[in-house]
Design a protein around this ligand. Structure first.
Ligand code: UDX
Length: 443
């Protein structure tokens, strides 16, 4: 009989994982402790913007016309315990308030609740990003006869559905030989493994570390190119050309070498901090002191963008000056504004007296919630109306497709600063703009 799967925690990761499991043919039950979330999902809608996710849910959520009916949602732990052969724990692990370490309270609560209801012989699979050593501790909370595996998740926002259905690797941490856990997870992931996704089996600590190591590497790559941007700014070089040229070396690779205002979001910043905190607890802090530098290079870029804007406005004050900000989310194709560099820059300028107007294709609602005192406009054209300077801070396709000649008619001053190195500078210059990008010559 086909395995019955539960997904505990239906945020970004969980909602996507649940829909993907239903797509792979399993009967799935998703649980969340927030009833409003469950209600929304049960009607086939998602509380965030993620391309393709709503369509996938509608295809499987029970009760929706024409759906497979394989996906249901609940708030009942008893139901979850009775239903599941495999339980995926997908709750979030945010940064602790005022500390680098991550907050494990949701994971701990999920394991405690699950432990009270899980059937003997079931498999519990952790997917949340946790400090190394957690799996060993959490395994002890589960009753006799219930195995634990650790299966980190690597999905990117904006590509969550694709990354979940066609993962570029599946990593499984098991205890001892863990043959039963491995066999069960090979069954769960039979389709992607059949399509060629590598299946890497290892121990608990290595599986936990794979996730934090991967995110640390990506953060390092971005901060590396941003450090090069700083040097280019001082030396009159062009970081975009430099990235293109070093990217041809396939040991380096061209991806994640886009210089700009740096990384943000719900993962990279908090994961590298939690990693440093955990290494400290383990007495291995020296190994990760470089991540402190990665973090500060990254944060410095936001300040540098503010300074570029100040300079474009004559070098002294933002008081009374109108600043248009294109982009609020931490990356395009997402409505997520958590630790968003774009919103951070907009906020800094606003706090220094600038009159900031923000437009983002999908992030307006979330941005307003986080930063209600900023100005917001309903379109890029409205945002730039009367602006003394235009800041391009999230690289949405919509912004690349703007007609600089149209915008030129409504701004007070034709100056655009590209914080993502993504606009076509030549096109903007041809339309009469002063175009400046981070880490590149003034032209
Ligand atoms: C990341 C990891 O990529 C993913 O594997 C993990 O599971 C979760 O964390 P995500 O947070 O969705 O995913 O964002 P990602 O695409 O990695 O981008 C992170 C940030 O880096 C964004 O703010 C993006 O704008 C920035 N970035 C990315 C750059 O500044 N330059 C680049 O070249 C690439």
């Amino acid at each position: 009989m086909a395995l019955k799967i539960t997904v505990i925690g239906t945020g970004y990761l969980g909602a996507t994982h649940a829909a993907a499991m239903a797509e792979l043919g399993f009967e799935v039950l998703g649980l969340d402790v927030v009833p409003e979330k469950i209600e929304l999902l049960a009607s086939g809608r998602v509380p965030m913007y993620e391309p393709g996710l709503e369509e996938l849910l509608a295809k499987h959520v029970a009760g929706i016309e024409g759906s497979s009916g394989r996906l249901r949602f609940t708030t009942s732990w008893e139901e979850v315990g009775a239903f599941g052969d495999v339980h995926f724990v997908c709750v979030n692990t945010p940064q602790k308030h005022g500390e680098y370490a991550c907050d494990m309270s949701y994971v701990d609560a999920a394991f405690t609740s699950l432990a009270g209801v899980v059937r003997e012989g079931a498999l519990v699979v952790g997917k949340s990003t946790v400090p190394v050593g957690s799996a060993e501790r959490l395994a002890a909370l589960l009753p006799e006869g219930v195995e634990l595996a650790w299966n980190p998740e690597f999905l990117r926002e904006g590509f969550a559905v694709q990354d979940t259905l066609h993962p570029d690797r599946i990593v499984v941490g098991v205890r001892g030989h863990g043959e039963r856990a491995e066999k069960t997870l090979r069954e769960v992931y039979a389709v992607p493994v059949g399509e060629g996704s590598p299946f890497v089996v290892t121990d608990f600590p290595t599986a936990e570390l794979v996730k934090t190591a991967a995110n640390s590497f990506l953060a390092t790559k971005i901060s590396f190119i941003n450090a090069m941007a700083e040097v280019c700014e001082a030396a009159g070089g062009d970081v975009a050309k430099l990235a293109e040229a070093i990217g041809h070396d396939d040991r380096i690779g061209a991806k994640f070498l886009r210089a700009g205002i740096g990384f943000g979001g719900g993962c990279l910043p908090k994961d590298i901090r939690a990693f440093m905190a955990r290494a400290g607890e383990l007495g291995a802090d020296q190994a990760l002191t470089f991540l402190r530098e990665i973090d500060s290079i990254n944060m410095r870029r936001r300040g540098q963008m503010v300074e570029m804007a100040r300079e474009a406005l004559g070098g002294s004050t933002f008081l009374g000056r109108r600043v248009a900000v294109l982009g609020a989310t931490f990356k395009p194709d997402s409505d997520d504004v958590r630790d968003s560099p774009a919103l951070n820059v907009a906020g800094q300028i606003h706090l220094q007296g600038g009159q900031v107007t923000v437009y983002d294709p999908k992030g307006m609602e979330n941005a307003r919630r986080v930063f209600p005192t900023l100005g917001y406009a309903d379109s890029a054209l409205e945002a730039v109306r009367g602006a003394d300077v235009v800041l391009h801070l999230t690289e949405w396709r919509e912004f690349r497709e703007l007609d600089p000649a149209e915008l030129a008619k409504v701004v007070a001053s034709r100056v655009v600063l590209d914080g993502r190195n993504a606009l076509d500078g030549e096109r903007w210059r041809a339309a009469g703009w002063t175009y400046r990008a981070m880490g590149r010559p003034r032209a």
